[in-house]
Ligand binder design. Structure first.
Ligand SMILES: NC(=O)c1ccc[n+]([C@@H]2O[C@H](COP(=O)([O-])OP(=O)(O)OC[C@H]3O[C@@H](n4cnc5c(N)ncnc54)[C@H](O)[C@@H]3O)[C@@H](O)[C@H]2O)c1
Length: 429
């Protein structure tokens, strides 16, 4: 690309700064942030300094940006989940092409509204689903769509969040309470729902789901554990969740970077004494489930089963796709995709190929880089159609998350046709 594309960034938090801002710092010839909106002064100033943004282009909120004439062709929205719908629709109405963090919105109606606004204003929307843009998942998709295993019959996916990651984000952190962010099947697993929908390239017909918060509860607190790890806990030598062991070490990258804007040891210690990340994991105000399973069927008959679990030592995702003529097994963190095609006779005649997929710079196995790159490509090529199809699938993946949560809570099998028509009428009126 010869000239960078100008963009506004709203929400200079962890993702704004460390996942997306960093792309422009690495690739100044492709993307340039010319304005920032962020209420936290330290974060705003830091982002402005990193990107050379003058004071007159620094704003407190996305609302202030919308009061101005359009400042650039693109707007990157990296605000928290519950702000997405309103700020996204406003940006599209203002004329911005939009890069929007997942989840698109915290309600299914909100997702439909954003998609409708994109169509009405003929603007491109890229949902930040980084996994779709990793070399790993692209390889799996390519093997399926080029017919290597024949017609797709079934997909199985597992997300092993990792006990420490779960404690950080879903017990102490921003996604611990369903009323403040959303259910785990949305806040964490909308990525997985998106991958399944994209692989099947289809709409879902029905879904069921079970799961609960079993472990991170008051009744499981060790005897004598105080509300905060820093208050002198009797099990500080052995508890896997002892906060100073997580956050007061030498590393200051994620997740430690989320604890305080300034990363000095004293600032981090103070943050543990006063902020959410120092809380005992058994005495937080969390209600996010720590394990959940889901079964679904797509309209063309592909079945999908999925599980998310907090309790794993390592953080990893796996995928298994079964077709009429073969199977694909993938391990995301190992970057390995194994293709097996059935041969004549017994399984020793099957042909097996192992692909080791590339590594790109950036978080989520290079997906953070890939998703921004895809958005900029689409803008350059004016690929309205490509992004519209991609957005349709992203909406479908989100609806699957919402429907699965309804199925879990109400203990029912949700028929997607009914679910869709109920939310369409709610969105319309
Ligand atoms: N794609 C992924 O893989 C991925 C990973 C983690 C988080 N996320 C999503 O990214 C989003 C941001 O997450 P985060 O961890 O960076 O959160 P964060 O809280 O660090 O950042 C959000 C920022 O928005 C700012 N903000 C609040 N009100 C605002 C307003 N009116 N105008 C502008 N900015 C405002 C906050 O001050 C904060 O700095 C969330 O929706 C989250 O779910 C996506």
């Amino acid at each position: 690309m010869s000239k960078p594309i100008d963009a506004v960034l709203v929400g200079a938090g962890q993702r704004g700064r460390d996942a997306i801002g960093i792309y422009a710092q690495r690739e100044p010839g492709e993307l340039r942030f010319v304005a920032v909106a962020e209420p936290d002064e330290d974060r705003r100033k830091l982002f402005a300094k990193q990107h050379g943004i003058p004071p007159e282009m620094q704003f407190r909120t996305w609302e202030e940006v919308m009061e101005r004439p359009q400042l650039a062709p693109l707007l990157f929205n990296l605000t928290q989940d519950r702000m997405h719908r309103e700020s996204a629709v406003a940006a599209l109405e203002k004329g911005y092409h939009l890069f929007l963090e997942k989840p698109m919105a915290h309600t299914p109606e909100g997702c439909l509204e954003i998609a409708a606004a994109a169509r009405a204003h003929r603007r491109m929307v890229q949902i930040c689903h980084p996994l779709r843009y990793t070399p790993f998942y692209r390889r799996v998709k390519e093997l399926i769509s080029t017919g290597k295993i024949g017609r797709l019959l079934s997909i199985s996916m597992y997300e092993n969040v990792g006990y420490w990651h779960f404690a950080h984000s879903y017990v102490r952190g921003n996604w611990r309470r369903m009323d403040e962010s959303g259910p785990v099947i949305l806040t964490k697993c909308c990525h997985d729902m998106d991958i399944a929908t994209w692989m099947a390239d289809d709409h879902v017909r029905e879904v069921s789901s079970f799961g609960r918060l079993a472990h991170f509860r008051e009744e499981n607190a060790p005897e004598g554990a105080p509300p905060r790890c820093t208050d002198g806990c009797p099990v500080e030598e052995t508890c896997p969740y002892y906060a100073p062991a997580f956050y007061l070490g030498p590393g200051v990258g994620w997740p430690t970077s989320a604890v305080s804007v300034h990363h000095g040891l004293e600032e981090r210690r103070r943050a543990l004494e006063t902020g959410p990340y120092g809380r005992c994991v058994y005495r937080s105000d969390n209600d996010a489930v720590d394990h959940q399973v889901l079964n679904a069927e797509f309209e063309k008959g592909t079945t999908f089963n999925f599980a998310v679990r907090a309790h794993s030592a390592d953080c990893y995702r796996t995928i298994r796709a079964i077709g009429e003529h073969g199977e694909i097994d993938g391990h995301f963190e190992k970057r390995e995709v194994k293709l097996t095609r059935f041969g004549q006779g017994y399984s020793d005649k099957a042909t097996r190929e192992l692909f080791k997929t590339e590594v790109w710079d950036g978080g989520h196995g290079g997906g953070d880089t890939g998703v921004v790159r895809n958005f900029l490509r689409a803008i350059q090529e004016e690929d309205y159609e490509g992004l519209e199809h991609s957005l349709d699938l992203a909406v479908e993946g989100h609806l699957l998350s919402f429907a699965a949560e309804q199925a879990r809570v109400k203990r029912e099998v949700v028929q997607m046709e009914e679910f869709r028509s109920a939310i369409s009428s709610a969105a319309a009126g």
